[in-house]
Write a protein that binds this ligand. Structure first.
Ligand code: ADP
Ligand code: MG
Ligand code: ZN
Length: 265
């Protein structure tokens, strides 16, 4: 008899906040300016420059935390996450590792399988990276997006299907848009979801090894990527092989994912 499998999914959702200026400097966050025109010594990581926190970012992050039933951290701080990649000239991202602005919340969703709560592990404020444009002459860097404020919302692995994932994302989007904190457009990247997925035999009480999938630009792409990754993992297990914990990039036109080199390596 064929084995039954359950899919386990947790999301990391990045949302660009609708502030006029960046998180640590006065540069404009407006989308689509000529490359490197919305930049200054702070958001291009020049020696001696110092960040000054944008109050509106904290207010939006707290509002989203309250709307998702989180506890707001009374004393929180930022941390530097080292990473060396040309899309961030500082060589570190300012984020919140130890004392995130909000934690321990939930949102209620309704899908084909009924009502349920998806728990939120934590929510932190951080800065976006720049954009790399690869063309025949090499790689070009546009730092206009460097320092655009983001919140990252990390869920617990509480979702069991693409339907539940989409219900969760729609619920978050509705709350955030209502608060005026972001326009949450997946196509334009102001809302981005990384899907962490594992499978396990039905009835098992421990989780399987998960992969993380990136580059999901629409709800349809998310649904296709979940179906594909679930089947890929089941095939591996059925063949007696192991799922490798890694980050994979989804190619929606070819409808497959491939392992990505980590920026943190
Ligand atoms: P990391 O620190 O490596 O990013 P986390 O523990 O913060 O890892 O988890 C990141 C995301 O992965 C969370 O959304 C969490 O719910 C999800 N996750 C963790 N373990 C699993 C698993 N076994 N299967 C599916 N999702 C998982
Ligand atoms: Mg993470
Ligand atoms: Zn700047």
């Amino acid at each position: 008899m064929a084995k039954q499998y359950e899919t386990v999914i947790g999301l990391e959702v990045h949302i660009e906040l609708a502030t006029k200026t960046k998180i640590f400097c006065g540069c404009s966050t407006e989308f689509g300016g000529a490359p490197n025109t919305h930049t200054c010594p702070v958001c291009t990581g020049m020696p001696g420059s110092l960040p000054v926190l944008n109050k509106q970012v904290v207010e939006y992050a707290m509002a989203i935390g309250l709307a998702t039933n989180c506890k707001i951290t009374q004393v929180c701080k930022f941390d530097r996450k080292n990473y060396f990649y040309p899309d961030n000239p500082q060589n570190y991202q300012i984020s919140q590792l130890y004392l995130p602005i909000a934690r321990d919340g939930y949102v209620e969703i309704e899908s084909g399988s009924g009502k349920k709560k998806v728990r939120i592990h934590e929510m932190h404020m951080e800065e976006d990276a720049g954009k790399l444009v690869h063309d025949a002459g090499g790689t070009l860097c546009d730092y206009n997006r460097c320092g655009v404020p983001l919140i990252e919302i990390v869920s617990e692995p509480d979702m069991r299907s693409a339907d539940e994932v989409i219900a969760y994302l729609e619920r978050l989007r509705l709350l955030v848009q209502y608060l005026g904190a972001s326009d949450c457009k997946l196509q334009e990247g102001s809302m981005r979801a990384d899907v962490n997925l594992s499978v396990r035999e039905a009835g098992s009480t421990t989780f399987g090894t998960r992969t993380e999938m990136k580059n999901l630009n629409s709800f349809k792409a998310i649904a296709r990527a979940i179906e594909n990754e679930k089947n890929r993992q089941i095939d591996l297990i059925e063949a007696g092989e192991k799922v490798i914990q890694e980050t994979r990039r989804w190619d929606d036109t070819k409808e497959y994912s491939y392992a990505m080199r980590s920026k943190e390596d």
